[in-house]
Ligand binder design. Structure first.
Ligand SMILES: Nc1ncnc2c1ncn2[C@@H]1O[C@H](COP(=O)(O)OP(=O)(O)OP(=O)(O)O)[C@@H](O)[C@H]1O
Length: 453
């Protein structure tokens, strides 16, 4: 039996176009909803119900921004891109990456919205298709990419957009910003995700080996080539080839790369016949390729081949709001005993104030060290390296965040909520961690609706 769409009982007088749409939606495997031009959810299919529905939170007849974001106003008034507003202006589809509240917690969702027009080109309704992004998490996660800041979301949205095509992608970012993880995300979001993901560290390949590693070689092609060997390009067939640190490829090898990309063919060293390559190219570098081009250190023709779709990965200091999420993720990852490790708000404030020249890799290393000192499962300021505690020490650049800011951060609503949500400490201990008296802490709890009795 075909399940009936989840229709609001009071909403049966829809225009005919909308009525047939609602029936049509039910046959879609992906979560979809129908909205009226005033943001109200008119209907949702079973796939939506399964993935986003909760028994205790009805959504039919409710505003989309309330259900998905817990906002009281439309997204554009809350500082986000509102696809409905844009689709209305365009009279055409719009697509955006948002973080939605779901029964599982916050999740990255790729939202595609199409307006439904009547005979006079007036918008009578919208259809929204929601696709959960599986290669990044907005909650602490034991693996993969995590982040929910605007800068992170913009990079993730670019990944979502490009992954449907076969276009080369160029990831630009400082060391430790997650270029390899993003390259993997491009692969996983693409149609090639069942194929191999092959990483080539161009900085670690001496010029003499570059060609034979990449293209493979025939038996006897050179001294030491005792057997025929498949190259990395062949290994990547049907999948993605990730050229990490492409800015380190010597000029002589750049010509060979260009030929490969332009012709889509290659030849094993010592072979006479050419072979067809079948990979999607993702390249990454922390080097200023345009400047290198101007200096003649990087070929212009190669640059324009690989830079069809550049994605800039933000340094950690430009996405500080992701630090608590990253911290929780890394502490989960490192836990062997399964013991949950939490971070004292004052320590978290120090972590958020640092400039992180080594980016996420540096943060991960600091946490790995700190957890070794956290015998009782609490990372405190004294468990962090000296240079991080002295904000103007030799390792750091003077930070824009002062000590006063730090203690304010330790006492922020967010920090207090985290302490309570952790649930392991007594009220007295929580007050001490926040650097507040027990009475003041008690009052803050009441004000936050976190139980003051
Ligand atoms: N958004 C993220 N969420 C979780 N972990 C991350 C994220 N970004 C990076 N990491 C982690 O940070 C470390 C460095 O990431 P990665 O090796 O991808 O960076 P990179 O930019 O390729 O660095 P390099 O240029 O030095 O090779 C890895 O341990 C990776 O798992």
């Amino acid at each position: 039996m075909t399940p009936t769409p989840t229709l609001a009982a009071s909403e049966t007088n829809h225009p005919p176009q909308v009525q047939s749409l609602i029936s049509y939606l039910e046959h879609e495997a992906q979560p979809m909803i129908v909205l009226d031009p005033d943001y109200n959810i008119l209907a949702a299919n079973t796939a939506y119900e399964r993935q986003f529905g909760t028994a205790d939170r009805p959504y039919i007849g409710h505003k989309c921004y309330r259900i998905s974001h817990h906002y009281d106003v439309p997204c554009d008034q809350a500082g986000e891109h509102c696809p409905m507003k844009h689709a209305f202006e365009l009279k055409g589809p719009d697509r955006v990456l948002h973080i939605h509240h779901t029964p599982r917690g916050p999740e990255h969702v790729d939202v595609e919205l199409r307006p439904i027009l009547d005979g006079e080109r007036r918008v009578v309704a919208y259809v929204e298709r929601l696709t959960t992004v599986r290669h990044a998490s907005a909650r602490p996660s034991k693996e993969g990419l995590v982040g929910s800041s605007a800068a992170f979301n913009a990079a993730l949205e670019a990944v979502q957009r490009v992954s449907r095509s076969n276009l080369p992608v160029l990831l630009l970012g400082e060391s430790g910003t997650g270029k390899e993880l993003f390259a993997r995300a491009v692969h996983e979001a693409s149609e090639r995700h069942r194929g191999p993901f092959v990483v080539v560290d161009c900085s670690g390949l001496p010029e003499t080996l570059f060609e034979s590693e990449l293209f493979g070689h025939e038996k006897g092609a050179f001294t030491g080539a005792q057997n025929r060997k498949k190259g990395l390009i062949e290994t990547a067939a049907g999948g993605t080839l990730f050229l990490d640190e492409i800015g380190d490829v010597p000029l002589a090898m750049q010509v060979k790369l260009l030929r490969l990309i332009e012709s889509g063919t290659f030849r094993r060293v010592g072979a006479t016949e050419t072979q067809q390559a079948d990979f999607r190219l993702v390249a990454a570098t922390h080097k200023p390729l345009q400047q290198m081009m101007a200096e003649g250190a990087f070929r212009q023709d190669l640059y324009y081949r690989i830079a069809a779709f550049p994605i800039v990965l933000p340094p950690l200091r430009e996405r500080r709001s992701d630090i608590p999420l990253l911290v929780d993720s890394f502490l989960q990852r490192g836990s062997r005993s399964g013991q949950r490790v939490v971070v004292q708000p004052a320590a978290m404030a120090l972590l958020q104030a640092h400039d992180w020249p080594g980016n996420i890799r540096e943060l991960r290393n600091v946490l790995e060290r700190a957890r070794l000192f956290a015998d009782d499962g609490v990372v405190r300021a004294e468990h962090l390296p000296e240079w991080l505690r002295a904000p103007h020490g030799p390792h750091t650049q003077p930070s824009a965040v002062s000590r006063a800011d730090m203690s304010a951060a330790a006492q922020s609503d967010e920090a207090i909520r985290r302490l309570v949500a952790d649930g392991r400490l007594s009220r007295k201990e929580m007050a001490a961690m926040a650097g507040l008296s027990e009475r003041t802490f008690y009052r803050r709890l009441k004000a936050l609706g976190l139980g003051g009795n």
